[in-house]
Design a protein around this ligand. Structure first.
Ligand code: B12
Ligand code: SF4
Length: 448
């Protein structure tokens, strides 16, 4: 069967992200002898014309449509796909080019809002919940009877039905690396850290606002460090990548695994820069030194708050002492670090607001240019379906039972909402000024 995999618009000025999800899915179906191509709307010039041309000329039997982000929340780029218009637009072009092609949707954003998307996008025939490798292969064998396959949303007349969760989690330990030739890798090479590498699936933590564990599970499934570094080596030596992003939920849980990967990169003397999400709990100086030697350009951290009461309310595994300890370590190691904070969080008070600002100012003073402020930095807490925060807000009555959360809902109780509006407005303004300044003086992306 001919299967065209299409990466939907990610709508972010951050630059394109290599479609690693589609690459995994494409690799899995290629192993079953399907003919596969990936088309990324975010990188192909003249995207609609090219999409229509590809569908008309190549005549795929099935289109796999990957929807990754429903929101974009960079300061200054505040927006959301509330009307779902960018997702629908591509579907219209595909249908125009080929009326009868089967469209199968998947991806993080799809899986978070699957039922709503099925209802609002009648062009989607079938939807795959979460991990796609096994389920998509089974769907391809049962295109006329998708309800037979577990893990699938499908239609019965006007009804949208779910076939029940699939019990077949991927054996990620022995899974093969994704085939990087299914899509032209060159457009991504220009963007630092655009190419993802996944070393494990799952997260053992239980943050209140998290929707990730709903998608990837709480049990860790890890690849051998040697296999991970084989993949990185191929990306560097065969494809010319100079940087990668380890896309795990938390790279350094467990440490033995992340440190094993660092040791292997050092042993092979690979010249590659990388970053990853690091958890500050029990961070070791030795661990940060090793990461630096292995090419880590900066630690990406998302403690979300710097106040113990709020961290507890968020069910983070962190305390303020962990954050301060991390700053001391990175100072000694001379390692750059970037942060994300949410505001307001549950349990927020003026004291916790002060603690966050105090942490930012003190750390910036201690670390200077190594305290990076280019990421999301401070953003509102968007409420995702299937998160504990959503369940809590439903109980409190602060969000309506019937709200599908596609139109964004933020955690912003009175009076913190006003403080948040002022603070985030300030961050956005600063970000915009910085963008204009960078454009005027032609300064490249700060993470390069
Ligand atoms: C790492 C990561 C990043 C890194 C990416 C680095 C890189 N070079 O890849 C960084 C930090 C840059 C990043 C940025 C953003 N991210 Co991010 N990110 C992640 C994270 C943790 C992992 C994504 C990943 O690579 N997974 C590994 C691949 C293999 O898995 P996958 O894509 O899910 O694919 C599998 C399935 O979904 C499925 N599948 C996928 N497509 C298809 C298609 C078909 C047809 C089928 C059948 C199946 C299928 O099969 C795949 C294999 O099993 C996820 C969290 C998560 N739950 O996974 C968030 C996540 C994807 N990000 C999210 C967001 C919002 C963003 C940003 C918009 C943040 C912002 N600025 O506001 C930006 C957008 C960047 C962009 N240009 O697109 C959201 C998206 C959903 C949403 N809430 O909108 C997520 C889900 C986090 C969350 N829970 O909110 N992100
Ligand atoms: S938000 Fe917390 S629980 Fe969710 S993936 Fe990230 S670290 Fe894990």
């Amino acid at each position: 069967m001919k299967v065209l995999l299409v990466q939907a618009s990610t709508m972010s000025a951050e630059g394109p992200i290599f479609p690693i999800g589609l690459s995994y899915v494409g690799t899995a179906i290629k192993q079953k002898s399907h003919d596969v191509r990936i088309f990324d709307i975010n990188t192909v010039p003249g995207k609609w014309k090219e999409l229509v041309r590809t569908v008309e000329e190549w005549q795929p039997d099935v289109i796999g449509y990957s929807m990754r982000n429903i929101k974009v929340a960079l300061p200054g780029e505040e927006g959301s796909f509330s009307q779902l218009e960018p997702f629908k637009e591509a579907l219209r072009y595909i249908r125009r080019a080929r009326r009868d092609v089967k469209i199968v949707a998947g991806g993080c954003a799809y899986s978070l809002y699957a039922k709503v998307f099925m209802e609002q996008m009648p062009d989607i025939d079938i939807g795959v919940f979460a991990e796609g490798e096994h389920v998509f292969n089974e769907v391809l064998e049962n295109l006329d009877h998708p309800g037979k396959v577990r893990g699938v949303f499908y239609r019965d007349g006007d009804l949208v039905l779910f076939s029940g969760h699939s019990h077949r989690a991927i054996d990620f330990h022995s899974s093969v690396a994704p085939d990087r030739t299914l899509v032209d890798i060159r457009p991504y090479l220009d963007y630092p850290y655009s190419i993802g590498v996944q070393t494990k699936r799952g997260c053992v933590l239980k943050c209140l606002h998290c929707s990730d564990t709903y998608l990837v599970g709480s049990k860790l499934r890890m690849r051998e460090p040697k296999d991970v570094v084989d993949e990185v080596e191929t990306l560097v030596k065969k494809f010319g990548a100079s940087s990668v992003f380890f896309v795990d939920q938390q790279f350094n849980i467990p440490k033995e695994h992340s440190m094993g990967i660092c040791e292997e990169i050092i042993r092979r003397d690979l010249k590659v820069k990388w970053t990853a999400w690091f958890n500050e709990r029990g961070l070791l100086e030795e661990e940060v030194r090793l990461a630096k030697r292995a090419g880590c350009a900066y630690l990406s951290c998302t403690p979300d708050s710097a106040n113990d009461d709020v961290l507890r309310a968020l069910r983070k595994n962190l305390t303020r002492a962990d954050l301060d300890h991390t700053i001391d370590i990175v100072k000694r190691v001379d390692m750059p670090i970037s942060y994300n904070f949410f505001f307001p969080n549950p349990g927020e008070t003026l004291k916790s607001f002060y603690d966050m600002m105090d942490f930012i100012v003190t750390s910036k003073r201690k670390l200077g240019k190594n305290f990076l402020m280019h990421g999301l930095f401070i953003v509102n807490t968007r409420v995702y379906p299937h998160s504990e925060l959503h369940r809590q807000m439903l109980e409190e009555g602060s969000v309506d039972e019937g709200h599908d959360l596609v139109d964004p809902v933020y955690y912003d109780p009175f009076p913190m909402k006003y403080l948040a509006d002022g603070l985030i407005g300030g961050v956005q303004a600063a970000y915009k000024v910085r963008q204009v300044y960078k454009r005027m003086f032609n300064i490249p992306n700060p993470i390069s």
